[in-house]
Design a protein around this ligand. Structure first.
Ligand SMILES: C[S@@+](CC[C@H](N)C(=O)[O-])C[C@H]1O[C@@H](n2cnc3c(N)ncnc32)[C@H](O)[C@@H]1O
Length: 269
């Protein structure tokens, strides 16, 4: 595995990813549908949060969903079984050592994976050989530099920066969203389009405040508490103040914004 997965595999992390997927499903996936009979590779499926959405929304496409973590694969398989989906195969595999024959798929889908890889260019390059000319690759990533909020807080920004630093030290890039266009073009994909998807949460959107600001973003930053303090990136009191201020943005007069980036590219014929 190239690059360590900084968020870990704890049950709370699984819950966070489920909440994230549920809240953002329309915004991120509303425009993704695969035709009947198409073969789709989902690389880095994790616990299957996106898998269920993809396979439910494109019931006549077939999905091969892979992840390097055996525990995540087992959980994804459980979810597929619970959802009684018959159009998904879940397998344990490393995106850098895939044994599929070239052009085995029509489309490739990658979500929240490149940010954890030390060599995202190499991952895109090898994924590019796996789908047929005329097919597409879809990549969705976040960018923690896109988080801004009211009331503003230097402590909250310091806490967020801890996660960015930890991820960088693990070889990843928590700011990768803004790099998707050059990464996709450099990987040789054609007709690359990137669409930013801003999540805007205020008190008039309680599901987003709860599902995204609290249970997704703030929970993710809270997950960095122990490693950030252990690495002496921040004083414990400063980190707690940052988390408190992130929660403060979920009050009646608070606002939270974050932008995801969705890139789609084709493989030339
Ligand atoms: C943030 S999770 C995203 C999971 C899922 N795509 C989602 O959106 O919920 C990142 C996943 O990438 C997986 N991953 C990291 N490096 C990988 C590699 N080299 N090959 C395959 N999967 C990898 C991790 O195990 C983890 O499950």
């Amino acid at each position: 595995m190239s690059g360590i997965y900084v968020h870990g595999y704890r049950p709370e992390e699984n819950e966070r990813l489920r909440d994230q997927a549920g809240t953002l499903v329309e915004q991120l996936h509303g425009d993704t549908a695969y035709p009947a009979g198409s073969q789709v590779l989902e690389a880095g499926c994790g616990v299957g949060a996106q898998t269920i959405t993809l396979a439910t929304r494109s019931p006549e496409a077939h999905f091969t969903s892979i992840d390097v973590s055996p525990d995540s694969v087992a959980e994804a398989q459980r979810k597929v079984n619970d959802a009684v989906l018959t159009n998904v195969d879940v397998r344990q595999a490393d995106v850098f050592a895939l044994s599929f024959a070239p052009e085995s798929f029509d489309h490739v889908f990658v979500c929240f994976v490149l940010e954890h890889l030390a060599q995202p260019e190499r991952a895109l390059g090898s994924l590019g050989t796996l789908f047929r000319p005329g097919g597409s690759i879809t990549v969705i990533e976040g960018d923690h530099g896109s988080a801004y909020f009211h009331p503003d807080s230097a402590a909250a920004n310091d806490a967020i920066e801890c996660l960015v630093t930890l991820q960088r030290r693990n070889g990843g890039d928590a700011l990768i969203g803004r790099r998707l266009y050059p990464l996709m073009v450099d990987a040789g994909f054609e007709a690359v389009t990137v669409s930013p998807r801003m999540v805007y949460a205020d008190a008039s959107r309680p599901a987003l405040v709860d599902g995204f600001t609290k249970k997704t973003f703030t929970a993710m930053i809270e997950g960095a508490r122990e490693p950030a303090i252990a690495a002496r990136l921040i004083e414990p009191g400063r980190f707690e103040a940052g988390i408190r201020d992130l929660h403060r943005t979920t009050e009646a007069d608070g606002v939270f914004c974050y932008t995801f980036f969705k890139a789609v590219g084709n493989r030339g014929r």
